[in-house]
Design a protein around this ligand. Structure first.
Ligand SMILES: [Zn+2]
Length: 433
């Protein structure tokens, strides 16, 4: 399983210029590679791909030894790969009939990624933790939590965000046990909303914390101040930095809160059901609030999902249609339908309760239905496998079959599955260790 861990970096004063140089040099490389692709197409109708550019990279680096040559090859290659990804995404979306934007020139690149050869975090002699970055050196970092046991660092991304440096470590950890094939011990349904951030089927409701409002008020103020400065002036640029910091602060606060809430849900329940709602289709609230809430909901669901996976629990998404209107006791639809201002749910069957709690209970019921169906299907599958008659083979044939099977496992890799494509096996000349 893949997990990512973030740590704040505290580069030394002598390291900062080198890190900043990475941002501008990578932007130069990006723009150069982009221009080359465009020129090749407009002049010669020839498309250039990543591998062509990777070959050229050696020459570029030799030619520009004071600039590009000072970057690590791995970092430069990653930049070209990202450009390639941008082009692929562009062409894919064109094929799908969308109208995407063409990959753009960049003034600065905010992050760079590399694949470490060895474990990149070390402890220095005075007891502080350091992150090894090629061609930059050892950057001090705050190791606010240890890496999980058995984790292998696959890639490291160094990121600049509003005056601060961060590192993201993408880890490969041993797969946690799959959820047990039995009904959950504690299950909960969650209704996401705008007035209450989340309402649980137990009746609890989660309010947005006070600092959300404080942060947003500050954002508004900084935006207003920026609009009063002359574009491009020193004060304008300084104010832009200040605004970026305020945005980053709010973003981190929201993220922190989503972590707390999802942790709490994952710790208390081994099944959490969310509505699979499409926030863009919701008409309530102003565009800003909608955007913020949208991001918050998506993040909360994603965080809960991976935290449940780590704990061998389940996090389900259920169809959202009608969860507000149905009665959670008898299943009848509200007549007349509930309006946005109605806060209580009353049903002719006698059920009476908060409208959001009613919705959360519906979400939970749908989640349980989904799960029981899944369990029934998987147990039927297990039975089918068990009841299949085993063929008794002997001697040479078994040996050959076993040999063939083991060779396939050793020499083949499965391709396609992670990208949602049909799986097939590719034979490799060299066995994978
Ligand atoms: Zn009812």
């Amino acid at each position: 399983m893949r997990l990512s861990f973030q740590y704040r970096l505290y580069p030394l004063a002598v390291q900062v210029p080198c890190l900043q140089a990475h941002r501008s040099e990578l932007a130069f490389l990006w723009n150069h590679a982009l221009a080359e692709r465009c020129d090749a197409w407009t002049n010669e109708h020839r498309s250039i791909h990543y591998l062509d550019q990777q070959r050229l990279l050696t020459r570029w680096r030799a030619y520009d030894s004071d600039g590009l040559g000072r970057l690590s090859v791995r970092v430069a290659q990653d930049c070209l790969q990202r450009l390639d990804l941008a082009f692929r995404a562009f062409f894919r979306r064109v094929q799908q009939g969308e109208r995407p934007g063409y990959p753009r020139r960049r003034r600065e690149v905010d992050s760079f990624t590399f694949t470490p050869h060895r474990h990149p975090i070390t402890r220095s002699r005075n007891g502080t933790w350091r992150l090894k970055v090629p061609k930059v050196g050892e950057l001090p970092l705050r190791l606010h939590r240890q890496l999980p046991p058995g984790a292998k660092v696959k890639t490291v991304t160094v990121r600049y965000e509003a005056g601060a440096w961060f590192s993201t470590l993408s880890l490969e950890i041993p797969d946690p046990a799959p959820p047990p094939r039995e009904p959950p011990h504690a299950a909960v349904g969650v209704d996401l909303g705008l007035t209450h951030l989340a309402t649980l089927s137990t009746g609890e409701s989660v309010e947005p914390p006070r600092y959300f409002h404080v942060g947003e008020a500050r954002l508004r103020k900084e935006h207003r101040r920026l609009s009063r400065k002359r574009r491009g002036s020193h004060r304008y640029l300084r104010q832009r930095e200040r605004l970026a910091r305020a945005h980053a602060r709010v973003r981190r606060q929201r993220q922190w809160f989503a972590h707390q809430l999802s942790h709490d849900l994952a710790e208390r329940y081994d099944l959490v059901a969310f509505e699979d709602l499409n926030a863009a289709a919701m008409m309530e609230g102003n565009p800003l609030a909608k955007g913020l809430a949208d991001a918050g909901w998506g993040r909360l669901r994603e965080m809960t999902e991976y935290k449940e996976t780590l704990r061998s629990g389940r996090c389900l998404r259920v169809p959202a249609r009608g969860t507000t209107q149905e009665c959670s006791r008898c299943g009848r639809c509200a007549d007349p339908p509930l309006k946005l201002r109605d806060t209580a749910y009353r049903c002719p069957c006698g059920y009476q309760g908060d409208r959001d709690v009613n919705a959360a209970r519906n979400v939970l019921a749908r989640g349980m239905n989904l799960l029981s169906e899944e369990l029934r299907r998987s147990s039927a599958e297990v039975k089918r496998v068990e009841s299949r008659p085993t063929r008794v083979l002997g001697g040479r044939k078994v040996y050959q079959r076993r040999r063939a099977g083991s060779r396939k496992r050793e020499h083949g890799i499965e391709v396609g599955a992670p990208f949602g494509l049909p799986t097939w096996t590719v034979r490799l000349a060299v066995p994978i260790p």
